[in-house]
Ligand binder design. Structure first.
Ligand SMILES: Cc1cc2nc3c(=O)[nH]c(=O)nc-3n(C[C@H](O)[C@H](O)[C@H](O)COP(=O)(O)O)c2cc1C
Length: 188
């Protein structure tokens, strides 16, 4: 059971990606296997032209298919999630998130669009068949700081919400593993 960390910012360095990787490190500490996918690293022209024959895009789509859960991070752009993230989600099959657990994260310049994940991204995840979309986590730029000297600094309230989200994702996956793994039957 792997967890795919999808970064949806077209820019680097990226606050939302830092939050994403922080969540990924927590999940690793809880014993989960994670993979990373940065949408900005995919071939731009193929993505823009929705070229389903492109091998690199096909590999990225199969990373989604192979994952049991996703953490998706995006900056807020114009009151919604980023266009590059949408371009990638458009490449998934109609039931591309079937049965998956998803934790959505976003950073934005202010509190004005703190509901963007819920009104813009959540319906798309549901349309793609996600089984369980966990409570979204939104942080403003001021709440996620980074410096060469001190590394990542997350405002305590956001850090707590992030930890709760990670724990909920982990618990959901572990429960699913117990549910799906049949009990060993002793042989005579
Ligand atoms: C093109 C563009 C559009 C943006 N639109 C919004 C917006 O509508 N609302 C908002 O709160 N922040 C907006 N921002 C600010 C970013 O969401 C914010 O700085 C975010 O943390 C950037 O994330 P990143 O570092 O992962 O790219 C915008 C930034 C850019 C570059």
């Amino acid at each position: 059971m792997t967890i795919l960390l999808i970064g949806g910012s077209p820019l680097t360095p990226s606050r939302s990606t830092r939050l994403l990787h922080h969540a990924g490190e927590r999940l690793t500490l809880l014993g989960h296997r994670t993979h990373r996918l940065q949408v900005r690293d995919l071939p731009a022209e193929a993505l823009l032209h929705a070229d389903f024959t492109n091998a690199e895009l096909a590999r990225a789509v199969s990373l989604v298919a192979d994952a049991s859960a996703l953490v998706i991070a995006t900056p807020v752009y114009k009151a919604a999630y980023s266009g590059v993230l949408k371009a990638f989600l458009d490449m998934l099959p109609q039931d591309g998130l079937h049965d998956k657990v998803v934790l959505p994260l976003a950073t934005g310049g202010s509190q004005s669009h703190m509901l963007a994940l819920d009104y813009a991204l959540r319906p798309v995840l549901s349309a793609l068949g996600a089984r369980h979309v966990l409570a979204s986590i939104y942080a403003t730029d001021a709440q996620v700081q980074w410096s060469e000297q001190d590394g990542l600094s997350i405002e305590p309230g956001i850090a707590r919400r992030l930890q709760d989200g990670v724990d909920a994702l982990s618990t959901g996956l572990l429960a699913r593993r117990e549910f799906s793994e049949p009990e060993a039957v002793p042989l005579d």
